[in-house]
Design a protein around this ligand. Structure first.
Ligand SMILES: Nc1ncnc2c1ncn2[C@@H]1O[C@H](COP(=O)(O)OP(=O)(O)OP(=O)(O)O)[C@@H](O)[C@H]1O
Length: 493
């Protein structure tokens, strides 16, 4: 896999509100077409809906469950073994009865997958990949692809799933753009690009282009790269004004963080304009960890005949992330509580979310005075600065990242063991922003790792927001006394 990297810029990320759902894996009844993928769909639907297990594995799963419980109480930092155990627990979003071989991937891709250290697919990968890889379904009016709208918890392998699907669909002998993936921010586009590069490492014929502001190409310059990842504004320019991509030749269209793309007016307009230029046979894939009610409806309207993978509300939060709140009277006390937490437990890396740039700046300075190596990331920075900060954090050069909402979505840093909501996420009306909460805490607990999320409460209003979050996810968030070091130590055991 080769890349053309250019210098870049970004589109803004916005948070959305509210979500709902019950777990459904809905495959539309199809006339004719490929029987194999439909078979696969049926099997997986039953397994997920009934929560039943594959015959003969029940005992093994019970043992796995008890082992899992033990592990949950032993260490904050996870091991590969634990991932394997979770992949055998039918209640885990990482559960899978399949292997990557069964997904009949090209050898070059299978090699790439194993090279990334993936042993088995996760639940979303197991369910979504057969649909995404299936042949188009034949209708008398013409063949139609298997479109998909999919929800799965943060860090459960959605990106890896659609990247694999794109790489599988590409015809490397054709030197034009065939797969188009749009992400809401520059950082996410870059990160997804890296996953494409990594997974396609043994498939060098397939090339990738970044459609991000700052990548200057001349009008009419024909793109040779088969996969394009970018932000909506630039992708739209490349498809329409600049005619760099011929949208009629796109066969796979992916919207990552689909809910924010749909709920943010500017992104929605641009995404829809792009979508309208695509041919009827183009496969549409929409992914996110959260979908607000109205966004689901909108998505179902714009995506023809979608297959749907949806979570029940109570499944949206990951059990591997422990959630607490701490009562304080003001920001100074919140800072003391934070220092106490740091004093009591070993934190690999932490992300701390603040409501304003001002608080984030103040907190970063205070933490630095205390001797922490801190990075500060906020929206007013240039995209290049932001990318550099995230890269340094990912490499572990800084152990603490203080940020506003810029980073709440999608950023994948394996070592984040603690997320602190120094300020709770709220929408512009001062109500709980449940989606942002879920995305923020999802920066820890990546792919089966254990994580800790601590919410700082300093007013009736913030307590109220916490209660709304508890109610929304139907999950109790326990109080933590940060003056009691023994108690803090306990939560990491
Ligand atoms: N099958 C797998 N086996 C092991 N690790 C995996 C597997 N699939 C993905 N991962 C790893 O798990 C982490 C999370 O995966 P990914 O970023 O695809 O999740 P996501 O659902 O897209 O997350 P988010 O909701 O935050 O965007 C990544 O570090 C990825 O490399």
């Amino acid at each position: 896999m080769a890349t053309d990297s250019w210098a870049l810029a970004v589109d803004k990320q916005e948070a959305t509100t509210d979500s709902f759902g019950s777990l459904v894996i809905r495959s539309l009844p199809r006339g004719g077409g490929d029987a194999a993928p439909n078979k696969a769909k049926k099997g997986t639907t039953k397994q997920v809906e009934n929560g039943t297990n594959v015959e003969g594995e029940e005992k093994e799963d019970k043992a796995a469950q008890s082992l899992l419980n033990k592990m949950i109480h032993t260490s904050l930092v996870n091991t590969t073994n634990q991932v394997e155990v979770l992949q055998r627990d039918p209640n885990s979003p990482l559960y899978s009865v399949k292997t990557f071989e069964e997904l009949r991937l090209k050898d070059k891709l299978l090699k790439g997958v194993y090279d990334m250290g993936f042993n088995r697919p996760s639940k979303i990968q197991e369910n979504a990949l057969p649909m995404m890889l299936a042949e188009p379904v034949y209708y008398p009016s013409g063949s139609r692809p298997q479109n998909l709208i999919a929800q799965s918890q943060s860090g459960t392998g959605k990106t890896a799933a659609f990247v694999l699907a794109m790489l599988s669909h590409v015809d490397p002998t054709n030197k034009w753009a065939q797969c188009l993936c749009i992400a809401p921010t520059y950082e996410l586009a870059l990160q997804t690009g890296k996953v494409i590069e990594q997974m396609g490492k043994f498939y060098p014929e397939v090339k990738l282009a970044y459609a991000i502001r700052g990548n200057k190409l001349d009008r009419g310059a024909k793109l040779q790269e088969q996969i394009v990842i970018g932000t909506p504004g630039t992708v739209l320019d490349w498809c329409s004004k600049l005619k760099i991509i011929n949208p009629k030749k796109i066969s796979v269209f992916v919207l990552d963080e689909a809910d924010v793309m749909i709920a943010t007016q500017g992104h929605q307009d641009q995404s829809i304009r792009i979508q309208r230029m695509l041919p009827k046979e183009c496969q549409m894939l929409l992914f996110s960890a959260t979908f607000e009610d109205s966004v689901w409806k909108f998505a179902e309207r714009v995506v023809p005949d979608p297959n749907i993978i949806k979570l029940k509300r109570e499944e949206e939060t990951l059990d591997t992330i422990k959630q607490y709140y701490v009562l304080c009277s003001d920001k100074e006390e919140k800072f003391t509580a934070l220092c106490n937490i740091y004093g009591a437990i070993t934190i690999a890396q932490a992300m701390i979310f603040c409501h304003t740039r001002r608080t984030a700046g103040w907190l970063a300075a205070e933490l630095t005075k205390e001797g922490h190596v801190v990075a500060l990331l906020s929206g007013e920075m240039t995209v290049e600065q932001r990318a550099t900060i995230i890269e340094r954090f990912r490499e572990g050069k800084e152990k603490v990242l203080v940020t506003t909402n810029v980073c709440s979505r999608g950023i994948d840093v394996e070592q984040v063991s603690v997320v602190i909501n120094f300020d709770l996420p709220m929408d512009k009306d001062g109500n709980a922003d449940n989606e942002t909460y879920l995305h923020r805490i999802g920066r820890t607990g990546r792919f089966g790792k254990r994580g800790l999320a601590v919410n700082m409460i300093d007013s009736k209003h913030s307590m109220n927001i916490l209660n709304q979050i508890e109610e929304h996810f139907n999950k109790k968030i326990n109080k933590l006394d940060t003056d009691d070091l023994d108690e803090i130590e306990k939560i990491s055991n």
